[in-house]
Design a protein around this ligand. Sequence first.
Ligand SMILES: C[S@@+](CC[C@H](N)C(=O)[O-])C[C@H]1O[C@@H](n2cnc3c(N)ncnc32)[C@H](O)[C@@H]1O
Length: 251
Amino acid sequence: MSTHQNLFANIGYQNFKQFAADDTLTLHEKIGFPNAYRENKEEVILKDILSKLTHLNKTHKTIVDIGAGCGQLTLDLIEHCQTHHHRLIMIDSEEMLSNLPDVECVVKMPGCFPFEMMDQLDVLRGSIDAVLCYSVLHYIFQEGNVFAFLDQALSLLALGGQMLIGDIPNHSMRMRLFSSPTGISFHQDFTQTNSLPQVQHHEIMFNTIDDSVLMSLVTRTRLQGCNAYLVPQHPTLPMANRREDLLIHRP
Ligand SMILES: C[S@@+](CC[C@H](N)C(=O)[O-])C[C@H]1O[C@@H](n2cnc3c(N)ncnc32)[C@H](O)[C@@H]1O
């Protein structure tokens, strides 16, 4: 197990900048994951993303990746975009993006989305075929205004555009899991103990996304003129039993 496991509690954009520049960390750790959560899982994760952001399977599209990171999943996405002749606009800190290769199809847009880059976003509004924001929303929820994030991201979509806000930890889903016999066995296998998982209902959960947040994002997206769906992750994904995806289609 990684010696860096405790580093990843309560982190945000500034912490990620430090991780990105810290060469004692692995690529998984630079993006805030203990190795065990991502190692060798990138292929199934990308496959799941491609099954939802179907424009990525076409050619010559313009894609924006918000909170791109620098792990193997990101490198695989770059390769996919190269072979499909897409233009891939990658948004993250300068430090994080500097870990990525400079390839022709990639445009690096350093900064904290959305407010550090409003001028550049103005140029892109209404022109993006697919927006990906994977494993990032919970950091934005803690640090920023999740509705401002959503509105800015929606404004990028072209007609017929797609957006996947993926890998969202949902506390309510986690509590449903751990209230069930399936979740209790899962917890006991994971901890190698006979203990029961902690289940909190009707308590204040600071900085935590739950059904109320996700349902309100769905409602807001729909009232902003796009279709929105909460969809499951493929069951082979490492956190599919407690995370889900928000998929958006602009008509
Ligand atoms: C857990 S990593 C996910 C990286 C990548 N999407 C993946 O799934 O492999 C979260 C990333 O989001 C970036 N990030 C967090 N908040 C951001 C914001 N407001 N604007 C741009 N990047 C952000 C962090 O720097 C970090 O690289």
